[in-house]
Ligand binder design. Structure first.
Ligand code: KG4
Ligand code: ZN
Length: 327
C-alpha cells in the first residue's frame, strides 16, 4: 500500500489530495481563489499570496478527510510547471519541506501530464496507445500517449487556449470569470446556428482561437448593444459551437492519421456538455474525466507522481518550477 500526497498550485486553485496506490482517491481538497473574479482574470501576484495563505489549511484538511497522518505518507508529488511561476513556487517549496522532513521521495509532475492522469483515475482500465486532447485555460494541446510516462506532442494552439477563448468571449458578453461554465449555461437557450463564426483552418494539428474571439468582438460591435442583449444566448451558443467544432475536427484528423480511435479529452473545457456531445457523435471512442477531475486538482498530480515513483523516477530537493515546462 502506498499513500501519495499530491500538491497543485500552478494557477488559481490551491489543491491537495491523498491517493492510495495511484488509483483510489482518499481526499481531494480544492480551494478556488474567487478573488480573481473581480478582476476578470487571474492576477498572478494575488494568486501567489492566496496560495501562501491557503496551502497549509488545505494540506491539513486533506489528511483529516483521508483519515491519515503525515507519518502515513509515502511520497510527495507536486506540480512543477507549466503555470504561474510565483504560484508554482509555493507548492514546490512546501512539497520539498514535507519530503525532506518526512524522509519520503519527492516527484515533480508536469501539470499537463497530470491532466492526462485525471482520465486514468476515472477510467481505470484505459490503456495506451491513446491520443489526448488537453483543453484548459492555459493550454490546448494534442498529445500522442505511447505509454504512461511517454508522450509525443502532435500540435497545440498558436495563440489563445480554448478555455482562454471561452473566458475572453464571456467578458465580451458581460459574463463573469471564469467564463466557460457561464457561456455553457447561457448557451442552453440559444441557437448555435444563429451566427456562423469561423472555424480556424490551421495546418497540421495546431489550433488557433484568436480569430474566433476577434470575430465575436467585431460581430457584437456591428450589431450594437440592443441587438447584442436580445441575442446574447444565440451569440453564446454560436461561439460555443465553433469553439467545440475546432477541437473535435483536429482530434478526428489526428485519430484518422495515427489510426488510434481512443481519445482522452481532459482539462477544464472537457466539462463542456456540447463538446462531450460532439465527441460522442464523432465516431471516436472519447473518454472524459469525472466533472471534478476535469479542472485543476491534486488527485491527478498524486496519481501521476505514483506512476513515476513506481518507475524509479524521483526528483531531488534542488528542483525548481518552470513556467513553460514542455510535456
Ligand atoms: O484545467 P483548468 O481548471 O485550469 C487550467 O489548467 O487552465 O481549466 C480552466 C478553464 C477556464 O478557461 C474555464 O473557463 C474553462 O476551463 N471551463 C470551461 C467549462 N468549465 C471550465 N470551458 C467550457 N465549458 C465549461 N463548462
Ligand atoms: Zn490545468
Amino acid at each position: 500500500m502506498m499513500y501519495i500526497m499530491g500538491i497543485e498550485t500552478s494557477c488559481d486553485e490551491t489543491a491537495c489530495s491523498a491517493v492510495k496506490d495511484g488509483q483510489e482517491i482518499l481526499s481531494n481538497i480544492i480551494s478556488s481563489q474567487f478573488i480573481h473574479t473581480r478582476y476578470g482574470g487571474v492576477v498572478p501576484e494575488l494568486a501567489s499570496r492566496a496560495h501562501i495563505k491557503l496551502i497549509v489549511p488545505v494540506i491539513e484538511e486533506t489528511l483529516k478527510v483521508a483519515g491519515l497522518n503525515f507519518s502515513d505518507i509515502d511520497g510527495i508529488a507536486v506540480t512543477i510547471g507549466p503555470g504561474l511561476i510565483g504560484a508554482l513556487l509555493v507548492g514546490v517549496s512546501i512539497a520539498k519541506s514535507l519530503a525532506y522532513s518526512l524522509k519520503v521521495p519527492l516527484i515533480g509532475v508536469n501539470h499537463l501530464e497530470g491532466h492526462i492522469f485525471a482520465n486514468f483515475l476515472t477510467h481505470k482500465d484505459l490503456k495506451p496507445p491513446l491520443i489526448s486532447l488537453i483543453a484548459s485555460g492555459g493550454h490546448t494541446e494534442l498529445v500522442f500517449v505511447e505509454k504512461k510516462g511517454k508522450y509525443r506532442r502532435l500540435g497545440g494552439t498558436l495563440d489563445d487556449a480554448s478555455g482562454e477563448a471561452f473566458d475572453k468571449v464571456a467578458k465580451l458578453l458581460g459574463l463573469k470569470y471564469p467564463g466557460g461554465q457561464e457561456i455553457e449555461e447561457l448557451a442552453k437557450g440559444g441557437d448555435p446556428q444563429y451566427v456562423k463564426f469561423p472555424r480556424a483552418n490551421i495546418a497540421g494539428y495546431n489550433f488557433s482561437y484568436s480569430g474566433l474571439k476577434t470575430s465575436v468582438l467585431y460581430y457584437i460591435e456591428k450589431i450594437g448593444e440592443k441587438k447584442k442583449k436580445e441575442h446574447l444566448k444565440d451569440i453564446a451558443a454560436s461561439f460555443q459551437d465553433a469553439a467545440c467544432d475546432s477541437l473535435v475536427d483536429k482530434t478526428v484528423r489526428a485519430s484518422t492519421e495515427l489510426k488510434i480511435d481512443k481519445i482522452l479529452v481532459v482539462g477544464g473545457v472537457a466539462r463542456n456538455k456540447t463538446l462531450r456531445k460532439k465527441f460522442e457523435n464523432s465516431g471516436l471512442k472519447a473518454y472524459f474525466p469525472s466533472m471534478e477531475l476535469c479542472s485543476d486538482n491534486a488527485a491527478m498530480i498524486a496519481s501521476c507522481g505514483y506512476v513515476h515513483i513506481k518507475m524509479g523516477e524521483t526528483s531531488d530537493l534542488s528542483i525548481s518550477p518552470s513556467a513553460r515546462l514542455p510535456l
